[in-house]
Design a protein around this ligand. Structure first.
Ligand code: TPW
Ligand code: MG
Length: 537
């Protein structure tokens, strides 16, 4: 087999389900192999940020590799921001870029798409990937691929693979998956003992679950551990959408000052807070890190565990949870009181719509027809998800890169075959919304709700006294037909309810519900968040 086939089989073997990409001359040979070999399905969109976001979302959804393939320079640099978001939010994204051929690299002329030197791209991507390989030696390429894909899975961070275009068809051995990085069982045991004795002594232990729990497929084990120990679990903002089974002892989403007091107290007043796979960021901690007592907390993240004044290294999260499960013999733990789901439906009258009404309308829709997976963009739509019943959610809750929602939703439908619900603001929709024009080719039919306040409203809440956040009214619904979908523009709650029902019942093409709202009409969660930020400043 050739290098491209060897890579494609290895990707499939490591759990990739498809590839998203945009061709260019440096990656044309690889695209040819993708098409002819049919080893993995592949989808093209219109702009590289979108294929990056779609691949990222597919990887998050599957807790496995998401793959994006682009051309050298102009293509790859367009993916850089999506890759950075994937790095920050620990998404296992494989970035494949075509590269200059070995022979043309020796010419004394500059190559098109070249930045500074031919390896500028590799250097730039090295900063936001956890491992890299340039497959410039067909004899060792299979080993390089194995190493890099192992890094991607073990760290759940992006990796970078460059294929010199004139080597794409060179003979290459089959990739044998690399054996897992070594773990020191004694260190794991010592760490688990220490954590366990802290939990046993505590009077109000709480577990805070972060995205790594999902990335490493540990939801069921964590749920069992928490139930055995009788410890309630909150998730971070980033990890909202985890632990959706009825039996899971989930009390809700922790948002610090911006969240519900019951959950904020359970986390901040805990005398043994066990943070598992958490990204220790300002957004996850709702601007109130300072209120968490780090000396009495335990943080397991990035294969390290921090307890008070010391730390353990090379502790994979799964090994740690397994070791804690071994120690958790107590099955008769007290039952954990779970909050009831919000149950106030939309009043479908002639009132103007506010973001909170969208949450209610979506909750009603889910009650009637069943839950959908959600892809959300940044902006008030993401805060609105806090008032929507917990369901599988992908959104850039930490890195906060705009433009994620629409392509991420398309990636979800590509990889699951299920129709997603996409939530997006008008500002973000201006960035990547038109990617919806690609749905028709693939038969995707996402249900899209655009929060149209003609504004970069979230920014206005931070700085109300300037006018550059005013946006024009682009009348998005008007354009939907031309792009292969249906559009509905709604201004009252009754219209919202009706449009959602019709959109839900129309399958086969994307449905765009453009919800018109006043500027300054923001969700309760965004209000609490900005109030908290103002208070902490
Ligand atoms: C790629 C900065 C954060 S929120 C926001 C901006 C510009 C406004 C979003 O407007 P939208 O939603 O989508 O209409 P809403 O609810 O606030 O009205 N560039 C990028 N990412 C970020 N986060 C920004 C700028 C930003
Ligand atoms: Mg807006």
């Amino acid at each position: 087999m050739n290098i491209a086939e060897s890579l494609l089989y290895a990707l499939k073997d490591h759990g990739a389900k498809e590839i998203f990409g945009i061709p260019g001359d440096f990656i044309l040979p690889f695209f040819k192999v993708m098409e002819m070999s049919k080893i993995l399905p592949f989808y093209t969109l219109s702009h590289e940020p979108a294929v990056g976001f779609a691949a990222d979302a597919a990887g998050r959804e599957n807790a496995s590799l998401g793959v994006v393939a682009v051309t050298y320079g102009a293509g790859a640099f367009n993916v850089l921001n999506a890759a950075t978001g994937a790095y920050a939010e620990k998404s296992p994204l494989v970035i494949i870029s075509g590269g200059p051929g070995i022979r043309e690299g020796q010419l004394k002329v500059l190559l098109h798409h070249q930045a500074k030197t031919l390896d500028s791209q590799l250097k730039i991507f090295s900063e936001i990937t956890c491992d890299q390989a340039v497959l410039d030696d067909p004899k060792t390429a299979h080993k390089e691929i194995a190493r890099v894909l192992r890094s991607c899975k073990e760290n759940s961070r992006p990796v970078y693979i460059e294929i010199p275009r004139d080597l794409t068809f060179d003979e290459c051995a089959e990739v044998v998956p690399a054996s897992p990085s070594p773990v020191d069982p004694e260190a794991v045991a010592a760490c688990a003992d220490e954590i366990f004795s802290r939990l046993e002594k505590a009077t109000s232990p709480t577990i805070l679950a972060g995205v790594e729990i999902r990335r490493f497929n540990l939801e069921a084990k964590l749920s069992l551990l928490a139930r055995k120990l009788g410890i309630p679990v909150a998730t971070t903002f980033m990890a909202r959408g985890l632990l959706l089974e009825d039996e899971d002892p989930l009390i809700g989403t922790y948002m610090g000052l911006a969240g519900y007091p019951r959950i904020t107290d359970a986390v901040e007043q805990s005398d043994a807070l066990l943070m598992l796979g958490v990204i220790f960021s300002d957004t996850n901690f709702g601007v109130s890190q300072a209120r968490i007592n780090l000396k009495s907390s335990i943080l397991a993240s990035d294969r390290k565990v921090y307890l008070g004044y010391h730390s353990y290294r090379k502790i994979p999260l799964e090994s740690l949870i397994d070791a804690l499960l071994d120690r958790a013999k107590q099955i008769e733990a007290p039952e954990i009181r779970k909050p009831c789901a919000p149950k106030n439906g939309l009043i479908a009258d002639d009132s103007k719509i506010e973001p909170h009404d969208i949450a209610k309308a979506v909750n009603d829709l889910f009650d009637k027809h069943g839950k959908m997976k959600i892809a959300s963009d940044v902006g008030d739509c993401l805060f609105t998800t806090l008032s929507i019943q917990t369901t599988s959610l992908t959104g850039p809750g930490y890195y906060a890169g705009m433009g994620y929602g629409v392509p991420a939703g398309m990636g979800l439908q590509a990889t699951t075959g299920e129709r997603p619900l996409i939530l997006v603001g008008d500002g973000a929709f201006q960035m990547t919304g038109w990617e919806l024009g690609n749905c028709r080719r693939y038969g995707w039919d996402p249900l899209v709700i655009v929060f149209n306040n003609c504004s970069w409203e979230m920014l206005r809440t931070f700085q109300p006294d300037t006018s550059f956040n005013d946006l024009d009214d682009w009348e998005f619904a008007e354009h939907a037909k031309i792009f292969g979908g249906d559009g509905y523009r709604v201004t009252t709650r009754a219209e919202l309810k009706d449009a959602l029902e019709i959109a839900y019942n129309t399958r086969g093409k994307f449905q765009l519900v453009e919800v018109m709202m006043d500027r300054k009409a923001i969700s309760p969660a965004l209000k609490r968040f900005t109030d908290a930020i103002k208070a902490s400043n």
